[in-house]
Write a protein that binds this ligand. Structure first.
Ligand code: THG
Length: 369
């Protein structure tokens, strides 16, 4: 099906890297946090193969930061998330869901402690700034909350460490996932983390100050020539293979972190209190009634999943697919979907109703990669 283009105006915010992204031949965008997020450069398949074999530079500025600074910053951050961040150190960041009073997911950000009493919440696509400001106002907390001038540049792919070494002169080979390092650039330093929205390995540089953005981009492309560096973006095939969840697609405010497989990021029973703890502790005790799984869909490449596709066991609706793509590596359709707990074991006797017909589907125990 032909999908129309997108009209770019001021309201649909560009990023400090947008000119470079246009110059690199971006061919499609989506909107994320009211901002442009590239989705395709050459083609989604070409981008996929390149991401898995070389190194890409990603403009993920749309992963906006919500800064919380002040005497009550730590208290507020720990109230927001089921994850216990009371001992988060300055050299680690953390993937931590944010929940409402019903245990519903408001967002699933990465949280960075920038200094004592100062945090950046690196958000997925929802208006966390408003949520957090409302809570701080209601509780009269001593904090400032705002969107700082910080834009993330992602360096993703198997050659990412090689490229980082060429640019910053530092070897990050032995740096663990979600560890923070400082990288020097011109007259400043940026925070960087071993993290990112792919399973190909990589780093995210929190570029503080838009004035540095284009120079940093150029530096990566100059240094990366021998590595076949290219502009890229979160890849719709690779992230489904990897089982990386997309807020708004695979889960919404209607879902709790337990059914999204995020229980390991929720602090165990009777620890700190947080918004939604009563409901979530109950669900952790009884177990969820549905759960997100990686699911294989048979047949020719599926179309783009623009609305949930129902899953059936015989005539009974047992769940829905929310993201799907044909995987060139596995030569089958990979997908993510939520499925009733009674049917969530590894099995292949279920069907999915896609826009171009009913297909058989198979539930996998783990993600594809
Ligand atoms: N990096 C940063 N900010 C972000 C994202 C990011 N904000 C928006 C969005 N992505 C938030 N969502 C996610 C989803 C998954 C992960 C990170 C952010 C992720 N998950 C790993 C996994 O599920 O295998 C590891 C989780 C863990 O072990 O802690 O990385 O990408 N800065």
């Amino acid at each position: 099906m032909h999908t129309p283009g997108i009209s770019i105006t001021r309201r649909l915010r560009q990023t400090p890297f947008s000119k470079k992204v246009f110059g690199a031949g971006v061919s499609n965008f989506t909107v994320y946090n009211h901002m442009l997020l590239p989705t395709v450069f050459k083609s989604i398949e070409d981008d996929y193969h390149h991401l898995k074999s070389a190194v890409q530079v990603w403009d993920v500025s749309c992963e906006r930061q919500v800064e919380i600074v002040g005497r009550d910053a730590k208290k507020l951050v720990n109230l927001l998330t089921p994850r216990d961040l009371q001992n988060l150190s300055l050299d680690k960041c953390s993937y931590a869901p944010i929940t409402n009073i019903s245990g519903g997911i408001i967002n699933d950000p990465v949280i960075v402690k920038v200094e004592e009493d100062r945090y950046w919440i690196s958000i997925a696509d929802s208006d966390v700034l408003l949520w957090v400001s409302g809570i701080a106002t209601g509780l009269s907390l001593e904090v400032k909350i705002f969107e700082p001038d910080v834009s993330i540049l992602g360096i993703q792919g198997p050659l990412s460490n090689d490229l980082m070494k060429r640019v910053f002169g530092i070897d990050f080979e032995n740096i663990k996932l979600f560890s923070i390092v400082k990288v020097p650039f011109k007259d400043t330093n940026f925070i960087a983390a071993r993290s990112g929205y792919s399973k190909q390995g990589g780093f995210e540089i929190y570029v503080e100050g838009s004035i540095y953005a284009e120079d940093l981009w150029d530096t990566f492309f100059e240094a990366g020539k021998p590595l076949d560096v290219a502009a890229g973006c979160p890849n719709g095939i690779e992230r489904v293979e990897a089982g990386l969840l997309s807020y708004g697609n695979d889960m919404t405010i209607e879902n709790n972190p337990i059914e999204c497989g995020l229980e390991k990021f929720c602090s165990p029973l009777s620890e700190k209190s947080y918004i939604g703890d009563k409901v979530l502790r109950k669900i952790m005790k009884t177990g969820p009634d549905k759960i997100i799984k990686s699911i294989e869909i048979s047949g020719k490449p599926v179309p783009l999943c623009m609305e949930p596709w129902p899953l059936y066991f015989k005539d009974k609706k047992i769940g829905q697919i929310t993201s799907a793509a044909f995987s060139p590596n596995f030569q089958t359709n990979v997908s993510l979907g939520m499925i009733s707990i009674e049917y969530c074991n590894e099995r292949s006797d279920i069907n999915v109703r896609t826009p171009d017909g009913t297909r058989s589907a198979k539930i996998h125990e783990k993600s594809f990669i």
